[in-house]
Design a protein around this ligand. Structure first.
Ligand code: GLU
Length: 454
């Protein structure tokens, strides 16, 4: 007797979520990501009971496989250090596993699983043939010399290379992993496998198979997405006060594009604190501090004495603004920050980081009619261009910056339109959280059904 068939979509979702919490205790970030997605699928589950019958949710919340491994390396003082490495291969229904690597001391299984789970739906939304995966290590790149970074990347790849491949699993960057780290890992992969296979990693340097516009893609894509959302609501970036948290790769290029479209970016941050510059953030200074010197954002005020530096980075959300683009990290906007933004009249929030708003914060934005662009839709430009990098590598060709940028614009517009249509179909017009989750889910679920119970 199949009791599932007697269940409503809501009951089925509650059952899967409570089993998930029981079977994965302590993985709170993973619980949060799963809850956000699954709860918005109720309407589609009621319409399509076959998803329940075929156990799609039970299968989709369980990674296809997880690797956890020791990463031993030697620091500049000759001391042996050991970190823990991860690769979660979550879902390969629509393509090889695809997703970044995060090097940050907070990395644990819960963080990698939440990121890998989000990646399944984000990658599906791009419309390109990429499955979902994620990896990383609890390694802290802060304060490490370039040689230490290289030795760590080589040690990490000495194990990871066994599990990846151009048609199997294609990692890229995330927090703490940029072009430099991808380059060191690619060199090690090539040495170990004796194959010149650039398509095995994305975000590479331009001299060895990297794509033009990959570096800019997540930030630019976020702004293209928010631009569409504003346009549908008869608004634009022009003349708006924008706050972008973070000052890494996503934040820098979100600031660049928002400024190009007429917005005035007045604040940005790093994990130590934030800078408020009422004259508008000088992006050349930020780029030099972060991309060249690899220093802290507090350096900014040394050159711009009219700007202010404050230590608590969460307080950045207390500054009045029209558009908020959280581009730092998960759960950086809690309910208090959301309330402060709403009180100060924020019109739109576009997520550049992965899961930067808590569930309560999202609810507050939606209830207060703030236009809200959820990460898996709005930050999909990075992985979208990664998939374009894979295409270029397969063709052994390179597109121009303009060609890639045009394709990126098309991808973001398409994600916006798909999400709006899905939200409408499910009786939640304008709710991009529900729309993006459903649009991303349906393609993966149908591919899983088509491939049988595997
Ligand atoms: N880490 C990025 C993300 O969260 C990019 C992943 C990729 O390019 O594979 O989507």
């Amino acid at each position: 007797m199949n009791t599932i068939m007697a269940m409503s979509g809501r009951e089925y979702v509650s059952k899967v979520l409570s089993n998930l919490e029981r079977d994965n205790p302590l993985e709170k970030e993973f619980h949060q990501a799963a809850k956000e997605i699954l709860e918005s699928l109720v309407c589609i589950l009621d319409k399509h009971p076959e998803y329940m019958k075929l156990g799609i949710l039970e299968r989709i919340v369980e990674p296809e496989r997880v690797f956890m491994f020791r990463v031993p390396w030697v620091d500049d003082n000759g001391i042996v250090r050991v970190n823990r490495g991860y690769r979660v291969q979550f879902n390969s229904a629509i393509g090889p596993y695809k997703g970044g690597l995060r090097f940050h001391p907070s990395v644990n299984l819960s963080i990698i699983k939440f990121l890998g789970f989000e990646q399944i739906f984000k990658n599906s939304l791009t419309g390109l043939p990429i499955g979902g995966g994620k990896g990383g290590a609890n390694f802290d790149p802060k304060g490490k010399s370039d040689w230490e970074i290289m030795r760590f990347c080589q040690a990490f790849m000495a194990e990871l290379y066994k599990y990846i491949g151009v048609d199997m699993d294609v990692p890229a960057g995330d927090i703490g992993v940029g072009g430099r780290e991808i380059g060191y890992m690619y060199g090690q992969y090539k040495k170990l496998t004796r194959q010149y296979e650039p398509g095995v990693l994305t975000g590479k340097g331009l001299t060895f198979g990297g794509s033009l516009a990959r570096k800019e893609a997540t930030g630019y894509g976020l702004v293209y997405f928010v631009k569409e959302m504003l346009k549908s609501n008869k608004m634009s970036f022009d003349g708006q006060k924008v706050i972008v948290s973070g000052s890494g790769n996503v934040a820098i290029y979100a600031m660049e594009k928002a400024t190009e479209l007429g917005g005035k970016v007045i604040a940005c941050s790093d994990s130590n604190g934030y800078v408020y510059d009422k004259n508008g953030i000088n992006l050349q200074t930020v780029k030099r501090i972060k991309e060249v010197e690899r220093k802290r954002i507090s350096e900014y005020v040394k050159e711009h004495p009219e700007a202010e530096y404050h230590e608590n980075m969460k307080d950045i959300w207390n500054i009045p603004c029209d558009i908020a683009l959280p581009c730092a990290t998960q759960n950086e906007i809690d309910i208090n920050s959301a309330k402060a933004l709403i009180k100060n009249g924020v019109k739109a929030v576009g997520e550049g980081a992965n899961m930067p708003s808590t569930l309560e914060a999202i609810d507050a934005f939606l209830e207060n009619k703030v236009l809200f662009a959820p990460a898996k839709a709005s930050n999909a430009g990075g992985v979208g261009v990664s998939a374009l990098e894979m295409s270029q590598n397969s063709m052994r060709m390179a597109w121009t910056f303009e060609e890639v940028d045009e394709k990126l614009k098309g991808i973001m517009k398409n994600i916006y339109e798909k999400s709006i249509i899905s939200a409408e179909d499910c009786g939640c017009p304008g709710n991009l959280v529900v729309g993006a989750n459903i649009a991303g889910f349906v393609k993966v679920a149908d591919a899983m059904i088509g491939q049988g119970v595997v």
